[in-house]
Design a protein around this ligand. Structure first.
Ligand code: FMN
Length: 396
């Protein structure tokens, strides 16, 4: 990556300063060749990816109306600028579960990111970018490298593990226990994907990476899975065992068991109804993750952003609310925060960063999002999230 943050004393750096690094680099004749907006990022990343991988990442369920609406929903909200505030320092740090994060952004779990770079190991690229930026990642169950080998690359930045709960309870317990032992700091259980949604683009190309044995490293390295699948090296038997155990259609009755698996903070992903949020918090979960999986699964026609405020209200400040689906810019990050999200998940954009330029591309995407979020706060006169929430308005 050519652009570096400007040189300041530790503590003085604000994410928005990233723009000065880019301008000063250009003055020295090093004009960044990385995209500065999402549309360009997507167009160039798509060109860099194999068509089947691209369709898997970019595609969604059904006619993809939910996916589009996820993105469009952000334009229905705006911010009223406040002047003479002097918001020279913006505090966007977030505290949750006894940890403090420098920014209110995280990388959402993306199962195929492991195979996005040439030669694979995309999860390691994600971890490295987390180490550089301080932006934590939630790593998918579907990884290209075993979870133990990925987390050290994140350095001091906390990592989280996302569980697709297998039907086999011993396997679920083993995966969670491994994540805990390896140093992951929280468990995110995804509820909306016990069966894949109807995805025309992938159906058309017959593209489903797991069925070709990709991104199954957490399974093939697991002793319980090995007992289910037989000897390592038999890819076909491994895929067959994976298909048989993958999707556990959890119910409320399973929550106590899930809770018993770990002392780590437990977050439920895919909660979009306030009653579900309330019930989950009452049952002792530590975080609610409002998401419609980017329109790949729950193709209900409503954007996740439209559903967020009621979920936030139901949580009533008892637990952090994580949010993703449709975030494409720093302004979108700010809008989700204004509507009550505690932290905001980035999905497809960071995958495109990896596709375009590996760790450097991913770091650039994150820094650009954070810079835009920070500068949106600055020029609108909001020193913190409270000011932001007081000045958000729905456009007619
Ligand atoms: C290619 C791809 C793979 C994904 N894999 C997972 C996964 O393994 N686990 C999970 O909980 N969510 C997964 N998601 C959903 C993301 O965590 C997130 O909810 C979604 O990307 C948000 O939508 P957006 O990318 O359009 O903003 C995946 C999303 C994409 C695009």
């Amino acid at each position: 990556m050519s652009a570096q943050p400007v040189d300041r004393q530790p503590g003085d750096y604000q994410p928005g300063d990233y723009q000065f690094g880019i301008y000063f680099d250009a003055l020295r004749g090093r004009v960044s060749d990385l995209p500065m907006d999402h549309a360009t990022l997507e167009r160039r990343a798509v060109a860099a990816m194999a068509p089947s991988l691209h369709s898997y990442v970019a595609g969604g369920a059904g006619d993809e109306a939910t996916q589009r609406r996820n993105v469009e929903a952000f334009s229905r909200w705006g911010l009223v600028p406040r002047m003479l505030v002097g918001a020279t320092e913006r505090d966007l740090s977030v505290s949750a579960w006894g940890m403090t994060f420098p920014s209110p952004v995280f990388m959402a779990p993306v199962g195929v990111v492991g195979m996005v770079p040439d030669g694979g190991h995309g999860d390691v690229a994600v971890a490295r970018a987390a180490a550089v930026t301080g932006v934590p990642a939630v790593f998918s169950t579907l990884m290209d490298d075993p979870l133990e080998e990925v987390v050290p690359h994140a350095g001091e930045t906390p990592s989280f593990y996302q569980l697709y709960t297998p039907k086999d309870r011993d396997l679920a317990a083993s995966l969670v226990e491994r994540a805990e032992r390896a140093g992951y700091r929280g468990l995110v259980v995804t509820l909306d994907t016990w069966v894949p949604g109807w995805r025309p683009r992938d159906l058309l190309s017959g593209s489903f990476p797991q069925l070709r044995g990709h991104v199954l490293a957490n399974y093939t390295s697991d002793p319980v899975f090995r007992r289910l699948a037989g000897p390592a090296g038999d890819v076909e038997a491994g895929v067959r065992a994976w298909v048989q155990t993958f999707g556990n259609p959890l119910t409320w009755a399973d929550l106590e068991w899930l809770r018993s698996l770990t002392d780590l903070p437990l977050v439920l992903k895919g909660i979009c109804h306030p009653d579900d949020a309330r019930r989950a918090v009452d049952a002792g979960v530590d975080g609610i993750y409002c998401s419609n999986h980017g329109g790949r699964q729950a193709n209900g026609g409503l954007s996740a952003l439209e559903l967020l405020p009621a979920v936030v209200e139901a949580c009533d400040d008892r637990v952090p609310v994580l949010f993703d689906s449709g975030v494409r810019s720093g302004r979108d990050v700010v809008t989700a925060l204004a509507l009550g999200a505690t932290v905001v998940g980035i999905g497809r954009p960071y995958v495109y960063g990896v596709a375009l330029a590996g760790v450097d591309g991913l770091v650039h995407v994150l820094r650009s999002l954070l810079a835009e979020a920070d500068l949106t706060m600055a020029v609108n006169g909001y020193p913190d999230v409270a000011a932001l929430r007081a000045n958000v308005q729905r456009a007619l």
